[in-house]
Design a protein around this ligand. Structure first.
Ligand code: G4P
Ligand code: NA
Ligand code: NA
Length: 193
């Protein structure tokens, strides 16, 4: 996605240890026009895929996902990282190991929002090692739903996430694919959409 790649080139900053800082338009301050374009790209790619719901995980996955949900005219479900006191329904939960924090946390969704008839698109802002997406796939599968694909805004192709998800049999569609962050500069592979 050209507008996204240009934005990363212009405003992305390379931090140490393979981290791309995009807090001026995606993870902290949010650029709504770019988010709408991201939603259109996912919408265009998945318009014939029979998607019934989008699932993301708080926090930074929400902004791009809500625009994709609007384009596909389906609900967005935001998986929670910590149990809210208002989540009094039966929950689906799955563990997510964070390499950056070196700890395992649970993600959860109320059972009532996903059924075995659902055909789900999972969306997240970053794909690094794939642990967040893997946890979301497990949540959907616990409900008997089908995961149609994982849609990613920025894939770090030098990490293992894509391979892990493809080995689980799930298609990965990334709007920007970062090949390398070495030498303080961002190089790209061809994106999927
Ligand atoms: P994984 O799910 O692909 O295995 O990711 P990992 O544990 O490595 O990443 C932990 C958190 O760091 C995730 O956010 C992920 O989106 C984010 N992240 C990973 N690589 C980068 C990067 O290069 N740049 C930025 N800006 N973020 C990155 P989180 O803390 O779980 O979620 P959120 O609440 O911030 O959305
Ligand atoms: Na995220
Ligand atoms: Na994030």
């Amino acid at each position: 996605m050209e507008a996204l790649v240009n934005k990363i080139k212009q405003d992305g900053r390379v931090l140490n240890q393979g981290v791309l800082k995009v807090d001026s338009f995606l993870t902290h301050q949010v650029d709504p026009l770019l988010m709408a374009q991201i939603g259109e790209s996912f919408g265009e790619f998945f318009k014939e895929a029979g998607i019934t719901k989008i699932v993301t995980v708080e926090t930074s996955g929400i902004a791009p996902s809500i625009f994709a949900a609007k384009e596909l005219d389906v609900p967005l479900i935001v998986a929670r990282k910590s149990k809210s006191v208002t989540m009094d329904e039966e929950l689906l939960t799955a563990p997510v190991y964070s390499f950056t924090k070196q700890e395992t946390n649970q993600v959860s969704i109320s059972k009532k929002f996903i059924t075995d008839e659902d055909h789900i698109l999972i969306i997240d802002d970053f794909l690094a090692n794939g642990q967040a997406a893997k946890g979301l796939i497990e949540l959907c599968e616990q409900a008997g739903a089908t995961v149609a694909a994982v849609g990613i805004v920025i894939e770090k192709s030098f990490q293992e996430g894509r391979q892990l998800l493809e080995e689980m049999g799930v298609q990965v569609v990334s709007l920007a694919r970062v090949a390398s962050l070495e030498d303080n500069s961002v190089t790209f592979l061809e994106g999927d959409a």
